[in-house]
Design a protein around this ligand. Structure first.
Ligand code: KG4
Ligand code: ZN
Length: 339
């Protein structure tokens, strides 16, 4: 079964054809990074306009590169929530039009579910149940994946997401957008103990996260140093911040895996590209003899192959949408689309 995936939830317009949820036949990403870099972050209005310009052309490209036409496509999977609403609407409306024009079934996909599904592409034998850490620019979740379409959130951030926190720290340290990736790169040889960054704990909820205090600490420290005419050592500060974030993410995931008895651990979301995080989870899983699954770097960030992969499993479980499908800026990963 071949699924066409469409993704436009943030600043990448992406299309892909995936066979049986696992085999990527094409994977096209039109990135807007260079334009948003001028503003130091994603400008939602610009994102929507660029999606509109790119989407038809890259859909044709994904079909061509896969060597198929719409006649070969069994379903169209589209990211319908959560994300920037104007950006999501471009993909959703395009997918609805294509579905109506060609009579191809339409399948709405939750963005975070699709991040988890990037691991079905990279780990062909991976099957639920497993424990997933999903860390992106907007979310930080520890999730039990009981089945391909059944999720239970064990913990989540109370304020900023891990990616957002690292992006803001990168920005105050003078690094260009996209901050998280650049912070990772400059921090490779930094001293992670150079700055004593407080480790946040969330009372009464052992798997939840809180990253806004940590971010504020970094911003205040940098501003205080600047007022004294001092310059922070960027690699040292970066390594200290990332290590603190990774301590939180890995620590809570380890507790949850031990508590619930999981020995298959999955990383997902843009932050799963972080080299410190990947290294920490590699040693953590080795020490417990757990199996670690992480996407290849090209599938960590937003892409449409993961949408098509998750769309396959949603399709098999009977999920369909009609012309009244709408996009939603927020949605719990546990919930099904009511269409
Ligand atoms: O999943 P994603 O591409 O988009 C969202 O759904 O949000 O995640 C983007 C986030 C951004 O905060 C970005 O800075 C972060 O992932 N990110 C990284 C790295 N690469 C991307 N954060 C830390 N280290 C990286 N190497
Ligand atoms: Zn994402």
């Amino acid at each position: 079964m071949k699924i066409l995936g469409i993704e436009s939830s943030c600043d990448e317009t992406a299309t892909s054809v995936v066979e049986d949820g696992r085999k990527v036949l094409s994977n096209v990403v039109a990135s807007q990074v260079e334009e948003h870099k001028l503003y130091g972050g994603v400008v939602p209005e610009i994102a929507s306009r660029r999606h509109t310009e790119a989407i038809s052309q890259i859909t044709t490209q994904a079909l061509d590169e896969a060597g198929v036409t719409m006649d070969d496509i069994d379903a169209i999977a589209v990211t319908a929530a959560p994300g920037l609403i104007g950006a999501l609407l471009v993909g959703v409306n395009f997918a609805k039009g294509l579905s109506m024009a060609t009579g191809t079934p339409l399948v709405p996909v939750h963005h975070l579910r699709s991040h988890v599904a990037s691991n079905y592409i990279c780990s062909p034998d991976l099957k639920p149940p497993f424990l997933a850490l999903i860390a992106s620019g907007g979310h930080s979740h520890i999730v039990r994946v009981d089945d391909y379409t059944k999720y239970t959130v064990l913990g989540q951030t109370r304020d900023d997401a891990a990616g957002e926190c690292m992006d803001k720290c990168a920005r105050v340290l003078g690094l260009p957008y996209p901050g998280g990736k650049n912070l990772d790169a400059v921090s490779q040889n930094g001293n992670p103990k150079a700055f004593a960054i407080p480790h946040p704990h969330v009372a009464d909820s052992e798997y939840d996260f809180s990253f806004s205090g940590l971010k504020t600490f970094v911003i205040n420290t940098v501003h205080n140093m600047e007022q004294k005419g001092e310059e922070p050592n960027v690699p040292d500060m970066g390594a200290s911040v990332i290590t603190t974030v990774v301590d939180c993410l890995a620590g809570n995931t380890e507790k949850a895996a031990l508590q619930y008895g999981y020995d298959n651990i999955v990383l997902a979301g843009g932050v799963s590209a972080n080299s410190f995080l990947r290294g920490r989870f590699t040693s953590l899983c080795k020490s417990h003899s757990w199996t670690l699954h992480m996407p290849e770097l090209k599938y960590c960030g937003d892409n449409a192959a993961m949408v098509a992969a998750q769309g396959y499993y949603e399709f098999l479980s009977g999920v369909r949408a009609g012309p009244d499908l709408n996009a939603r800026p927020t949605m719990n990963i546990e919930d099904a689309f009511q269409v």
